[in-house]
Design a protein. Sequence first.
Length: 319
Amino acid sequence: MTFRPFNSSTIVELLNGQILKMNIKFFKNKIIAIIIFGVIYGILNSISNYLKLPGCSFVELRFQVVLPMFIGFIYGPIAGFIVGFIGDRIGYAIHGLNFLYAWNWSVGNGFIGMIPGFASYLNLKLVKSIKDFTILIVLIALASFLPILFASVLDSIILKISFTKSLYTLILPASITDAVFGLLLLPIMLIFSKKIIFTIAIRNILLITYLLILSVILTYSVSVYTMWRNLNEKNILVQDLYNIGILSFSVLIAGFIVSFIIIKKITAPIITLAATAASIAAGNYNLSPEFNNAASRQDEIGQLAAVFKNMISQIYKRE
């Protein structure tokens, strides 16, 4: 039996072989995921066709909109676009509609999956900070509104639908419900796929996010019910229904902004303390301005930072 000399070129060949195997496995998993999620998306689209939103003959309640968003985030914009586009076409095909029926909405569904896929170009592969979560929220919002606006504008041009009718029967119903389902479900799917890291900041922002969403949904439901009960005709104008919806969603976004700012102020000193401890462990005793700011605070965090600062000074003197 003969053995090849074990040298640097051999190591390179082995590494290249392992990388190639990993790439092939990733590609296979990607193709399988696209097919499975695309088919599921299509089937769920065909079912949700029976769940039309009030005042809408085309837009339905679709929790499954999170599927192309998820694939886009995990595998990139092209994969997300394929799942959204093909899945939408499958849904129409199940109902016996021809391939060109509502083609602009299929393209829009593709964009719903594509936009979250741009997270990879923003170096967002893992969500582990407030900045990362903010980018995720923005991508969900863009994926919920821009594709719907794109498809609706084409409908207005091709079918000569007025902007007001398009706004209240297409744009607002579809975009608001898609955004709510995206905000509710995509973080959960990313948690199960281990794409969200549970830092202190992420735990707090997730808790506040779900409390905000649930409170806004509850407030919206109570407002609509109260309006319906007080009307003599027991009939709510569709425009009023979605005006309340856009107002509720605006409150939700404002709540997100305020929450992110507050949580960042709360968690920033804790993150600074952790970074300083790691720096000291590496032998670097230079304290950052952020740490000195934390030590000058008058609350419990400031007291902790001050004690930690004194301990660092004692250790430095001994060494």
